[in-house]
Ligand binder design. Structure first.
Ligand code: HSE
Length: 442
């Protein structure tokens, strides 16, 4: 029998218990597939008295401090399932790598903020830094990009990378419910992060984009360069308008190579109904990649949850057990290129614009003139009839009817769109600030 792989698991929350479930359920299968038995010999968590999914931990060494476990436990692999970019997780992962232990982590924030430095440290020590579970939970996208697509030039990677947002947008659409109402349900069901602002503000998705960008383009990880917009301002009316115009609204993360540099962005996006990404609903995640030889591919699956995430953690552990040590971002860490940021104002695409236009003659003509002056070509227009009229105070002090005026543009420059919306607001054509959502046509 080959020597067992000795594991130390730091963090025994949902995912940690999921990993213990998998090891106990598939002990023999894993030993055959990995070529060596897997043995958890050490664990670290804050509270020793908490039940951990009914698993008996009495034979394992218990550490209150994960960094101490990294420094002194008799282990081959340090499995970090604590989370957060600073504090215990970072100290422990750095200590493990310094000591020359292989590291497996599900920590997207840690990778998004310190990924380049940690990858270099792992390379110096000749050990693995595997993070399949950090990006889109149970979807094996890191392996696909790092290994299966290694012969491809990649121009674009995009995805639905936050299950909470996808659940909220799906429910608003299918049940005609408001944002706040569905958010509360997502929290009650335990989908949202402890601080839901992290999900709905787009920050969780941005961490995953940062990792995907480095994998796609071989660049240093650059979280700060990501343009981030969340779904807080999406109204039920926008979802209905989008549906009427043949689109669904999704929170997308996109990394794209352009002439201006690399665009990284997270924002609500109109995607054409019937496109594969538009059909990914509920808590499901999806990642699409365009490889110049493989062409388009898309992986769909569960982006969170104990067992899907454990599945990815285990894939990383099995690689190490087999003696496979890959470069964390698919190229030697020492050869990761500096990141060149494309300006968001140089972004080109279609736009959905919703205006609460004052209902008097000449307003539509004035707005059309502003778009024309900014070189923006309009693809379709929907003006709602009297049923959706409402009364707002005009800037001259009088109360006036307003009516929703919705339009979709052909591809245009973001800078032109921002200038047009500023002019529409400043010239007093609208009662409330315009809402603008970008369109991604596949
Ligand atoms: N809170 C995340 C989501 C899961 O809703 O997808 C982990 O990143």
């Amino acid at each position: 029998m080959n020597q067992p792989v000795k594991l130390g698991i730091a963090g025994l929350g949902t995912v940690g218990v999921g990993v213990l479930d998998m090891i106990s359920r598939h002990k023999d299968l894993l030993a055959v597939r990995a070529g060596r038995p897997l043995e958890v010999v050490a664990v670290s968590a804050r509270d020793r008295s908490k039940p951990r999914g009914g698993h008996d931990l009495s034979d394992m060494d218990w550490y209150d401090d994960p960094a101490e476990m990294a420094r002194s436990a008799g282990i081959d692999v340090f499995v970090e399932l604590i989370g957060a970019e600073e504090g215990a997780a970072r100290l422990a992962v750095e200590a493990a790598l310094e000591r020359g232990l292989h590291v497996v982590t599900a920590n997207k924030a840690l990778l998004a903020v310190h990924g380049t430095k940690l990858a270099r440290l792992a390379e110096d020590r000749g050990v693995a830094l595997n993070f399949e579970a950090a990006v889109a939970g149970g979807i094996p996208i890191v392996k696909a990009m790092r290994e299966s697509l290694s012969g491809n030039g990649i121009r674009k990677v995009f995805g639905i990378l936050n299950g909470t947002c996808n659940y909220i947008l799906t429910k608003m659409d299918t049940d005609s419910r408001d944002f706040a109402d569905v958010l509360k349900e997502a929290q009650d069901l335990g989908y949202a992060e402890a601080d839901p602002a992290f999900d709905i503000g787009g920050h969780d998705a941005a961490h995953k984009v940062a990792c995907l960008t480095a994998l796609a383009f071989g660049t240093e990880v650059s979280l700060d360069s990501i343009y981030i917009e969340g779904i807080e301002h999406i109204q039920l009316q926008d979802i209905r308008n989008a549906a009427d115009l043949g689109y669904k609204i999704k929170l997308l993360g996109v990394a794209l190579e352009t002439d201006d540099g690399i665009e990284q962005r997270v924002h609500p996006t109109l995607v054409p109904k019937g496109s594969p990404i538009a059909e990914v609903d509920g808590v499901f995640n999806a990642v699409g990649v365009h490889g110049d030889f493989a062409d388009d591919l898309m992986l769909v699956g569960r982006g969170a949850g104990a067992h899907p995430t454990a599945s990815s953690v285990m894939s990383d552990i099995c690689d190490i057990a087999r003696g496979v040590v890959l470069q964390p971002f698919g190229v030697p860490a020492s050869r990761l290129q500096p990141y060149k940021r494309a300006r968001m104002r140089a972004h080109e695409g279609g736009y959905y614009v919703a205006l609460e236009l004052f209902d008097r003659s000449g307003e539509v003509a004035a707005v059309a003139r502003i778009f024309a002056d900014n070189n923006i070509s309009i693809e379709s227009i929907v003006q709602r009839g009297p049923a959706s009229l409402s009364v707002h105070e005009h800037h001259d002090g009088s109360a006036r009817d307003t009516a929703p005026f919705i339009l979709i543009t052909h591809d245009t420059l973001e800078s032109a769109m921002r200038a047009a919306l500023e002019a529409i607001t400043e010239q007093g054509h609208v009662a409330v600030p315009p809402r603008m959502i970008r369109i991604e046509r596949f």
